[in-house]
Write a protein that binds this ligand. Structure first.
Ligand code: FAD
Length: 524
């Protein structure tokens, strides 16, 4: 190739960022331009808003993540009010519901909690940072184990994986002891109660600096680093279309949301990593419509509860002094309530679930001051079982050629249903959650199944496959079937039924795709 190859990446979340980083580190002259529809929230692009100490600044960053249509940002851009989202139903802070009920809203009554984040760093600016490895049938069956291990390690390094976060917490350790007494004998070797791997860097004072797309981008956003010279990030830039000739992508059509100027940007490779709903939407809008596009939608269903830790049981494992030390340490970081993270991972055949147990000083909701559990000195755990959804072609998102959404793209309709298989596993998980809660203390909120979409881990809508048999969108290197240089990324690629938080797996798949792109460019 006589000129420096130009790669366009659509979306600045952890996956788009992994593509940018791996391609630039693997190729000596390539340039990457990343387009992001939302605004930059933090001085360092893509940081986790959880690291913002000031509550008002954190609130503002979360509001801005609702994209060009959000409050203050919307007004500054002169866009009329009406598309309000956060806090409605179950949209979590920093995200906006796809089905918000206003003009141009998606239709998602069977998947009502589906939400997205529109900001530099994507959902990765708001995420909980849990990064368990997929196991057993959760893994991609056609990527060899030995290679997979290396990809996962590369992904863990990009995300600053931390296996022993808060492992020095005496309370966290007591929670593990109690859960192990309840479940340990039923769990296979290596898949018992343990700490939950997370993405972030422990600080000397025992707190965490949570990872966002910033750590994935790494040197690309460090002033003076040679890689930074070959990387451009453009926020408030909405990609409206991928240009192509049917077998090759040639560039993208981008709208600058500040000026409303629309331009075409040429590219040698286009990577679409714009989340599991908006990536297939962009392909559809571009006339790229493989039969599996948008189909096979999965998530993991979530059965959750909140439990007040039992003073007597905790007191037998943790001394008063240890408790005081933890409370004092946590008081320094009131803005980041999580203080210990534990889990029981997925294993087969007998434990096809993933339990996560987050310990915090306060419950995640306002507790009636008269409740016997209010002000529990030992604190609370929020815990939930992830329950898998088996992929089926009938679950998914369709796009309309006649009705446009609020961004002017083909509007979405999500159709999704639970089967007997899922309902059976949800019932079993609920029973286990009762046992887990009983082992730790008293229920402050009873175990309950969250509405479909609540996991925010939407998968399968651009699944990868081993062969082009109509049940997948992308090849084993994440290239859209039939295209040499159009690559898709994100949780949408995951073809399996799984219970874990998917970002680590999607970054691992992205590392494979990015290395393949870089190798192809070198060969050229
Ligand atoms: P995203 O992070 O969603 O980024 C996609 C970006 O593309 C967005 O910024 C969007 O604005 C942009 N975009 C979309 N369309 C366009 C367009 N046409 N043009 C330009 N840009 C576009 N995952 C875990 O693994 N562990 C967790 O503990 C966890 N907790 C979570 C907690 C919360 C509250 C949330 C919101 C998410 C959580 N997740 C978690 C999910 C995790 O954040 C996502 O899996 C991850 O961010 C996906 O990365 P991505 O790059 O594929 O997509």
């Amino acid at each position: 190739m006589s000129h420096a190859p130009h790669i366009v990446v659509v979306g600045s979340g952890p996956i788009g960022s992994a593509y940018a980083r791996v391609i630039l580190e693997s190729h000596p002259t390539a340039r990457v331009t990343m387009f992001e529809a939302g605004p930059q929230l933090t001085e360092i692009p893509g940081q986790s808003v959880r690291n913002i100490e000031d509550p008002a600044a954190k609130e503002r960053a979360r509001e801005m993540s609702q994209g060009p249509q959000a409050g203050a940002l919307r007004e500054s851009l002169g866009i009329p009010a009406g598309v309000v989202v956060e806090g409605m139903f179950t949209a979590r802070q920093g995200t906006h519901l796809l089905d918000f009920g206003g003009d141009g809203s998606a239709h998602a009554s069977t998947f009502p909690a589906a939400a997205a984040a529109t900001n530099v760093g994507g959902q990765g600016a708001h995420w909980t940072c849990a990064i368990p490895r997929p196991a057993f049938s959760e893994k991609v069956p056609f990527i060899p184990d030995e290679e997979w291990e290396g990809l996962i390690e590369a992904a863990e390094s990009l995300l600053h994986a931390q296996r022993a976060a808060f492992s020095d917490s005496a309370i966290g350790s007591a929670i593990r002891t109690l859960l192990d007494a309840e479940f340990g004998a039923e769990l296979p070797e290596g898949y018992g109660v343990g700490t939950l791997p997370v993405a972030g860097d422990p600080q000397p004072d025992g707190s965490m600096r949570w990872a966002g797309a910033d750590v994935v981008l790494g040197p690309l956003i460090e002033a003076g680093d040679p890689l930074a010279e070959r990387f451009t990030l453009r926020d408030l830039s909405l990609v409206r279309r991928v240009e192509h000739d049917g077998t090759r992508a040639t560039g993208v059509v981008v709208e600058d949301l500040r000026t409303r100027e629309v331009s075409t940007v040429d590219a040698d490779v286009v990577v679409v990593a714009a989340d599991a709903f908006r990536s297939p939407q962009l392909l559809w809008a571009s006339g790229i419509r493989p039969s599996a596009l948008g189909r096979y939608l999965t998530e993991h269903h979530v059965v959750i509860t909140t439990v007040a830790l039992d003073g007597e049981r905790m007191g037998s494992l943790v001394s008063d002094d240890q408790l005081d030390v933890e409370l004092a340490r946590r008081a320094q970081h009131a803005a980041d309530p999580v203080a210990a993270v534990n889990r029981i991972p997925f294993s087969e055949p007998d434990h096809p679930f993933s339990l996560q147990v987050m310990y915090a000083e306060n419950p995640p909701f306002q507790l009636d001051p008269d409740s016997p559990h209010a002000g529990n000195r030992w604190g609370y755990v929020n815990m939930g079982y992830g329950v898998r959804k088996h992929p089926r072609a009938e679950d998914g998102v369709t796009f309309s050629d006649d009705e446009l959404d609020y961004r002017g793209l083909p509007n979405m309709t999500i159709e999704y249903a639970l089967t007997d298989a899922e309902n059976g596993e949800i019932a079993e998980a609920t029973e286990r959650l009762r046992r887990a809660g009983g082992a730790l203390g008293a229920f402050v909120a009873p175990p309950r199944l969250l509405p479909n979409g609540s996991s925010l881990h939407y998968m399968g809508t651009m699944r990868m496959g081993e062969t082009d048999d109509g049940s997948s969108v992308a090849d084993p290197y994440s290239r859209v079937w039939g295209f040499e240089n159009l690559v898709v990324g994100g949780n949408a690629l995951i073809p399996t039924a799984n219970t874990m938080n998917p970002t680590l797996m999607s970054v691992a798949i992205a590392v494979r795709g990015a290395r393949h792109i870089a190798a192809g460019l070198t060969a050229d």
